[in-house]
Ligand binder design. Structure first.
Ligand code: FES
Length: 106
């Protein structure tokens, strides 16, 4: 099982916070949306462009390039022009630190 990667102290990552970290060579976007922490690959499945500047609406991230939408909880693609789902990463908080794990090889 892959290692957990530290993201930030929970106390410094309040609602509205977002960052992109490198997880085994994959950029992972971590967001706090209304107190819930989500982690998704920072690549839109349409044209492999970064999602980190996208807006968040109704629990979905909107690609800033062509408007594809993805559920942050499940990664499911909910609007074209992308059709592939977005890989999500498990999140945990331990001793006040937010961690994500690369689950691609589970
Ligand atoms: S790169 Fe995201 S919708 Fe085109």
């Amino acid at each position: 099982m892959a290692d957990w990667f530290g993201v930030a102290p929970e106390a410094e990552f309040g609602p509205g916070s977002r960052t992109t970290i490198d997880v085994d060579g994959v950029p992972v976007l971590v967001l706090n949306v209304d107190g819930e922490i989500y982690a998704v690959e920072d690549f839109c499945t349409h044209d492999s462009l970064p999602l980190h500047d996208g807006s968040v609406e109704d629990g979905e991230i909107v690609c800033p390039f062509h408007g594809a939408r993805f559920c942050l909880k499940t990664g499911k693609n909910t609007a074209p022009p992308a059709f592939g789902d977005l890989p999500t990463m498990p999140v945990k908080i331990e001793n006040g630190i937010i961690f994500v794990r690369d689950a691609r090889w589970d």
